[in-house]
Design a protein around this ligand. Structure first.
Ligand code: AKB
Length: 340
């Protein structure tokens, strides 16, 4: 029996999956299968060939998918984000590390069985960085991929470790075996900034204050922002995040000098986000109620990232700067979503 070639998306019902399924369903020449503990919203469910409801920790389920499908690309999106992971570090380790190891092993077996490398797209995060103090954060400016990688959160440690695991599978897997086995997993990783979607609201992250502020204002709900007004980290509009994943997936392997790439777009302070939200929703009640512990997490993340390697190697170019993200994407889409 011939297995069917497909793209697999894990964590497909989350924020990135939402945008990715829509784009892949339009463009890709491969049917999509998904794996998530939650079922997909109806409008997304009808765009995929098969929806597996289950956990990335369920190796029997992964074996079943392996036996039924020929997966040539994996978008491994399933993860517990930074705030949630601090409350349940062991669960975060299970999902973020063991789950990723299961998927890397799955991709290795797929590659060995059909003889072609499986492209493995892995969203990492600015949480992989850890700056020691505010003075360093202010002085270092844009960080490059190999600087300041001493994360302070469980999630950041999980992401950084899995970046190394991906590189291991791609380049050094079972290096002492008689037959060469490395290279079956074509691991490609993006370090995302905070992502802001107009159609979904994040949960469990620490960069959530920006999207939460916008969605609350559009619904006429008061919002106590949990970080200081001067807090600055990089952000990106979700369509650029999805586009970056697709572009990196499509890039010729020979062009990729790295396995891990920073991608940035704009890096407003919390107060700059508040100001632009107030221009559109002047009655919005956005106050500050700083949570010192969550503040500590974002203070360890860089104020900006150097994404010149991504621009050079695979043509990364975000469509939305801060101004356009709001005027052309967030505000019009959010307005129509909540009909304000
Ligand atoms: C989080 O806040 O945990 C994520 C991230 C920046 O990776 N949004």
């Amino acid at each position: 029996m011939l297995r069917k070639p497909v793209v697999l998306i894990t964590g497909a019902s989350g924020e990135i999956g939402h945008g990715l399924i829509g784009s892949l369903a339009n463009d890709a020449d491969r049917p999509i299968i998904t794996l998530d503990v939650k079922s997909l919203a109806h409008e997304l469910g009808r765009l995929v060939a098969q929806e597996f409801i289950g956990s990335i920790l369920d190796t029997d389920l992964l074996e079943r998918i392996l036996s039924e499908y020929e997966v040539d690309t994996v978008f491994h999106l399933a993860a517990l984000l930074s705030t949630r992971s601090e409350f349940t570090p062991m669960t975060a380790h299970h999902v973020n590390v063991e789950g990723t190891m299961n998927l890397l092993e799955f991709a290795q077996k797929q590659g060995e069985s059909h003889g072609r490398p499986v492209r493995f797209l892995y969203p990492s995060s600015i949480a992989a960085y850890g700056l020691p103090d505010a003075a360093t954060k202010a002085s270092v400016g844009k960080v490059t991929e190999n600087e300041w990688t001493k994360p302070t959160t469980m999630y950041g440690c999980n992401k950084l470790y899995c970046e190394h695991m991906g590189r291991y599978y791609a380049k050094h897997y079972k290096q002492l075996a008689a037959e060469p086995l490395a290279g079956k997993v074509d691991f490609r990783c993006l370090r995302f900034p905070g992502l802001i979607s107009a159609v979904t609201v994040p949960s469990g992250g620490t960069s959530d204050y920006a999207p939460e502020m916008i969605h609350a204002a559009a619904q006429g709900k008061p919002y106590p922002c949990f970080v200081r007004p001067d807090t600055r980290i990089p952000f990106m509009a979700m369509p650029d995040g999805v586009d970056a994943l697709l572009r990196l997936a499509a890039a010729p392997k020979a062009n990729l000098a790295h396995t891990v790439y920073n991608v940035g777009a704009f890096n407003p302070s919390a107060e700059e986000v508040r100001a632009v939200v107030l221009e559109t929703f002047p009655d919005a009640e956005i106050t500050y109620q700083v949570d010192e512990k969550r503040q500590g997490i974002v203070d360890a993340w860089p104020a900006d990232v150097d994404d010149s390697a991504a621009r050079r190697d695979w043509g990364y170019t975000p469509r939305y700067d801060f101004e356009r993200a709001f005027s052309e994407y967030l505000i019009p889409t959010i307005r129509s979503r909540y009909q304000t």
